[in-house]
Design a protein around this ligand. Structure first.
Ligand code: 5GP
Ligand code: SF4
Ligand code: MG
Length: 466
C-alpha cells in the first residue's frame, strides 16, 4: 500500500491526493483521505478505484478541508479474504476520550488474528476485516493520556511490518516498525511537513526530501513545534524489504540515498555477469523489468529493444486479486512487437517469477511472433516463499520456485534458458559490496531465502511450515 500525510498550509487534502496519485503503483484497488478542520472536525472519503478518478472532483475535495490530512492507497495482501469492501478501505478512524485519530497503514501485522481474537473477547467491535484495524482497538484500550503515547502502547503489541501515518486534530504522526521493513520518508514544502511511502510522492508536490524515518522511530509533527522524534521500541538491526528495490518502489524514488533506477540497472549488470547468453536482442518485460534490461544490455553489449509493448491504460497485473483476471491481464497489458522479434534470439528480462503466469504467456506470444530462441533472465532470486509483510504473494504451493529447480522451471515454461540473479548478486546490486551477510542479513529477503525476520505467528498457527 501507499501512504501520505501532510500538516501545514491550507487544503492539505489536495496535496495528499497528489501524493497518493504518485504512489498509485503501491495500490490500485481503492483509496481514502481523512482531513481535519476546526469548525467541521474530521472528514473522510473512501473510494474504490484510482486516485485520479475520485480525488480530483471539486465537489469531493471541498468536503475535505483543513491544514492536516492523511491518505492511503490500498492493495490487499495475503491476509485479506475476497475482494476489497469499502469498509476495508483506509484511513481508519477512532474516537477516544482523548480525541479522534485516523490511521493509514502499509505493511502486514503478523499476529493480527491473535490480537483480533483477544480484542473481540474483551469487547472491541471490529468494522473491517483488515489487520490494520487492530491498531485502533489497541489504542482505544491504552490508558495513556495522549494519542502518541497510546500509539506507542498499541504498536509495541503489534508484530510484523508496519509503516503507519496517523493524525489527530493537531498532530501528524509517522512510525516505522523496528526492522523498518516498509519505507517512510519525511518531506518539507513551504511551511508544511509531509510523510510519504516514497520520495516520488514528495517530488509531485514540490516538497524537499528531508530524510527517511528511521526503523523503530516515531515522529510527531505539529505546525508550531515541527518534528519531534521518539524511540518506542527496543532497537534491532534493520531489515528493509529488498523487494522494494526490485519491484515495489517506483524507479524515480530514492531508498537509502540510492536511486531505485540505479539499483535496478545494476541488477541487470550483475545478471549479465552471472548469466550471460549469446543472443540478438535484450528485451524488457515492461515496466517492471525495464531498468534491469537496460543494465543487462549495457553490460553484455547485446542491443536493447522494446520487443514487448505495454498498454499504458492497464495497471499492475499482479495487483489484480483473482487468478482469472491476472491470466487475462497479461494479454490486455502486453503485446509483442513482431517486427523486432521475428527470427531473433531474444533475452527477456523480468523482475520476478511468482506463479509463472506472466512468463508462460509471454513465451507463447514471443514464439508466435517468430522468435528463434527465448531466454529469460530474472532480476530477483527464485520466489520460493510467501511474503507475510505486505506484499501479496500466493500460498507456497502456487509459487513455481517452491517445488521446482531452475532447470525444472525452464522445462515447465518451455524456454531455451532461465536464470535468476543470485541472492548475493542482488545484495551487491543494492550496494552491499560484500554481498549478503548470512550471519546477520542486512535486508529482509524471506520470499527468496525463507528466513523470516519476524516469525509469522498467525500463519504458523494455521499450519504454515518454516
Ligand atoms: P507471475 O506471473 O509469475 O505470477 O508474477 C510475476 C509478475 O508479477 C512479474 O512480472 C512482476 O512484475 C509482477 N508482480 C507484481 N506484483 C508483484 C508482487 O507483489 N510480487 C512479485 N513477486 N511479483 C509481482
Ligand atoms: Fe519484501 Fe520479500 Fe521480505 Fe516480503 S518477504 S518484506 S517482499 S523481502
Ligand atoms: Mg512485471
Amino acid at each position: 500500500c501507499g501512504i501520505f500525510g501532510l500538516v501545514g498550509g491550507s487544503d492539505a487534502a489536495n496535496f495528499v491526493a497528489l501524493g497518493l496519485h504518485a504512489l498509485q503503483h503501491r495500490g490500485q484497488e481503492a483509496g481514502g483521505i481523512v482531513s481535519y478542520e476546526a469548525s467541521q472536525g474530521f472528514n473522510s472519503a473512501r473510494r474504490f478505484g484510482y486516485v485520479r478518478d475520485n480525488f480530483t472532483s471539486q465537489s469531493l475535495m471541498q468536503t475535505l478541508p483543513g491544514s492536516l490530512a492523511i491518505g492511503h492507497v490500498r492493495y490487499s495482501t495475503s491476509g485479506s479474504k475476497g475482494p476489497t469492501q469499502i469498509r476495508d478501505v483506509q484511513p481508519f478512524f477512532g474516537e477516544f476520550s482523548v480525541g479522534g485519530v485516523a490511521i493509514a497503514h502499509n505493511g502486514n501485522i503478523t499476529n493480527a488474528d491473535a490480537l483480533r481474537r483477544e480484542l473481540i473477547e474483551r469487547g472491541s467491535i471490529f468494522q473491517s476485516s483488515s489487520d490494520s484495524e487492530c491498531i485502533i482497538h489497541l489504542m482505544a484500550r491504552s490508558l495513556q493520556r495522549d494519542i502518541p503515547a497510546r500509539m506507542e502502547d498499541a504498536l509495541r503489541r503489534v508484530e510484523g511490518a508496519f509503516s503507519v501515518i496517523a493524525m489527530t486534530r493537531t498532530k501528524l504522526i509517522g512510525v516505522r516498525d523496528p526492522l523498518g521493513v516498509r519505507p517512510l520518508v519525511l518531506g518539507r514544502v513551504g511551511d508544511a511537513w509531509c510523510l510519504a511511502s516514497e520520495t516520488c510522492a514528495l517530488d509531485i508536490i514540490g516538497a524537499d526530501f528531508v530524510r527517511e524515518i528511521e526503523p523503530g522511530e516515531m515522529v510527531v509533527i505539529t505546525e508550531d513545534k515541527g518534528v519531534e522524534s521518539h524511540r518506542p521500541f527496543r532497537p534491532q538491526r534493520p531489515r528493509f524489504c529488498i523487494f522494494e528495490h526490485v519491484y515495489f518502489s517506483r524507479p524515480d524514488s530514492l531508498i537509502g540515498g540510492r536511486s531505485v533506477y540505479e539499483t535496478r540497472h545494476q541488477i541487470g549488470v550483475e545478471l549479465a555477469r552471472e548469466a550471460p547468453v549469446e543472443a540478438d536482442l535484450v528485451c524488457p518485460v515492461p515496466d517492471s523489468g525495464t531498468p534491469a534490461a537496460i543494465g543487462y544490455a549495457a553490460e553484455s553489449g547485446i542491443p536493447y529493444g522494446m520487443g514487448i509493448v505495454r498498454n499504458q491504460y492497464m495497471g499492475r497485473t499482479f495487483i489484480e486479486p483473482t487468478e482469472q483476471i491476472r491470466n487475462m491481464g497479461v494479454r490486455l497489458k502486453l503485446n509483442v512487437n513482431r517486427a523486432l522479434i521475428e527470427g531473433k534470439r531474444v533475452i527477456l528480462v523480468d523482475d520476478s517469477v511468482v506463479r509463472g503466469t506472466t512468463s508462460r504467456k509471454i513465451k507463447e506470444m514471443i514464439l508466435d511472433a517468430g522468435a528463434a530462441e527465448v531466454h529469460f533472465r530474472i532480476a530477483s532470486p527464485p520466489t520460493a516463499w510467501p511474503c507475510f509483510y505486505g506484499v501479496d504473494t500466493p500460498q507456497r504451493e502456487k509459487l513455481l520456485a517452491a517445488s521446482m529447480s531452475e532447470d525444472e522451471m525452464r522445462d515447465h515454461l518451455g524456454i531455451d534458458s532461465l536464470r535468476f540473479i543470485s541472492l548475493d548478486g542482488l545484495y551487491r546490486a543494492v550496494g552491499e559490496a560484500k554481498g549478503r551477510d548470512d550471519a546477520a542479513p542486512q535486508y529482509c529477503d524471506a520470499c527468496f531465502s525463507g528466513e523470516y525476520p519476524v516469525a509469522p505467528s498467525d500463519q504458523i498457527e494455521k499450519g504454515f511450515q518454516l
